[in-house]
Design a protein around this ligand. Structure first.
Ligand code: SAH
Ligand code: SF4
Ligand code: F3S
Length: 435
């Protein structure tokens, strides 16, 4: 049997999609391998959200192509870059190019590539949800699994390429999502993360009269020990969703709520549909109804013409919300998006200075939260041997904090009690507490 190696960049949607692709590749006669050297086909699942993500993949292509090989190799670029860069990727070293909506066509594309022709399918779809595919789980062990509940995005934030690479929003049917969750639970999974670019929009395109709150509640009732979801847009985060999160112990009290900016004019130019006050009052309602809530966010620094004052509004919002985690990015113009047409008067140097300043503020709050955890005991889902210290295990608390501790490998996949002894900015050290 031939072998395929899949390398994944970008967001969790891509991680979930790689599992769909792995499953489809099996029908094309390819078994999955984790050893790139023995691969007959290498598929790179790519991200276009920022320029550096694309550059990394182009470098990787050159890299793969420069290595000498005994046997014939097919190199495929799949995912968001395939949709954006199309035929140009052949010049960059690809034999096969497949966009996020064309994975069912992989057997055909692979057959073309095997015969030596350039294979491409970058059709956008208004309906493809891979409803019939049972993803081949790639992650280690049956511990934590992604279930994509919808594809695409209709929000068209002015800086963002995702609606162009992934097309319009379409939801998977309610029962299909529940069936997939049930099969993970039966396989012993401890954690499920429901995925979509904006999960709040779930169901709007279906005739089932169900929304995301209904879905979240139905999955929680199936009895998975830990339920998470991502990403939620602050604009259409309903009170009904907050109530469901508060009601079920197995829905993790951790919400990723990208704010992007703390300034009203910038938010407007970004097309985010909420202002600072509305965002803060959403946070207030969440904190009131959900005790122990942790919040994380995404922030873009250096949107075109962002003034120092506007930037300081973001800093002050960060100081007000005191996020438990955050992803910060320097704005990267994406050709074809409305923001990329705005002439920008801010230098890259200013942007990176602001970026550093913002990270300092974020880290101060994250460190503070971690420090407050010292001395207390938390349930931790053990996910494996620590990546930084082979003598330690690692896992995540319900609020998504990474913890390292000594313990036996038989604990992997279990939820155990860990007392926190020491805190660092992005991780904690603890010890197992016997019950
Ligand atoms: N649908 C999700 C994720 C989108 S991509 C959401 O709306 O939250 C993840 C993050 O990348 C975004 O939240 C944003 O902060 C960042 N991002 C998107 N486009 C960008 C761009 N052109 N430059 C810099 N960061 C960007
Ligand atoms: Fe991009 Fe906005 Fe859609 Fe998120 S909600 S994927 S940032 S367009
Ligand atoms: Fe990147 Fe596509 Fe995800 S652009 S962030 S891989 S949707």
């Amino acid at each position: 049997m031939k072998k395929v190696y899949i390398e994944t960049y970008g967001c969790q949607m891509n991680v979930a999609d790689s599992e769909v692709v792995a499953s489809v590749m099996e029908t094309a006669g390819y078994a999955l391998t984790t050893d790139i050297k023995e691969a007959d086909a290498i598929l790179i699942n790519t991200c276009s959200v920022r320029d550096n993500a694309e550059q990394r993949v182009l470098g990787r292509l050159t890299d793969i192509r420069s290595q000498k090989r005994e046997k014939k190799l097919i190199v495929g670029v799949i995912g968001c870059m395939a949709e954006r860069n199309k035929e140009d990727l052949f010049k960059a070293g690809a034999d096969l190019v497949a966009g996020p909506a064309s994975y069912l066509d992989m057997p055909n594309l692979i057959a073309q590539a095997e015969m030596g022709s350039k294979a491409i399918n970058v059709e956008l779809s208004t309906s493809e949800t891979y409803a019939k595919i049972i993803p081949t789980r790639i992650g280690m062990g049956a511990i934590s699994g992604f279930v994509s509940i919808m594809r695409g995005c209709n929000n068209f934030c002015t800086y963002c390429i995702v609606p162009y690479t992934r097309g319009r929003e379409r939801s998977r049917r309610f029962q299909d999502v529940l069936d997939e969750c049930r099969s993970l639970i039966n396989a012993g999974y401890q954690e499920i993360t429901l995925l979509g670019q904006n999960v709040n929009a779930y169901g709007k395109d279906l005739d089932e009269n169900k929304d995301f709150a209904d879905l979240l509640e139905a999955v929680a009732k199936l009895g998975i020990p830990r339920l998470r979801f991502t990403t939620s847009h602050p604009w259409d985060f309903s009170s009904k969703m907050i109530d469901v999160i508060a009601k079920y112990d197995n829905i993790m009290k951790f919400i990723h709520l990208p704010v992007q900016s703390g300034n009203d004019e910038v938010l407007k130019l970004m097309g985010r549909r909420y202002n600072r006050e509305q965002y803060l009052s959403l946070v207030k309602e969440m904190r009131e109804k959900i005790p122990g809530l942790s919040l994380s966010t995404d922030i873009i620094v250096g949107f075109p013409n962002e003034s120092e004052e506007q930037f300081q509004d973001t800093v002050s919002l960060v100081d007000e919300v005191k996020y438990e985690a955050a992803f910060t990015f320097i704005y990267s113009p994406r050709k074809g998006t409305p923001a990329a047409r705005i002439e920008d008067n801010v230098t890259y140097e200013t942007k990176s200075k602001r970026f550093q300043e913002l990270v300092k503020h974020l880290e101060k709050h994250i460190e503070e939260h971690s420090r407050q955890m010292v001395g207390q005991t938390y349930p931790v889902l053990v996910d494996g041997v620590s990546k930084t210290d082979a003598g330690m295990l690692s896992g995540y608390t319900e609020e998504n904090k990474l913890v390292h501790f000594k313990g036996d490998e038989t604990l992997i996949g279990k939820i155990i009690k860990v007392k926190i002894l020491e805190s660092h900015t992005y991780s904690l050290i603890g010890e197992i507490i016997d019950e």
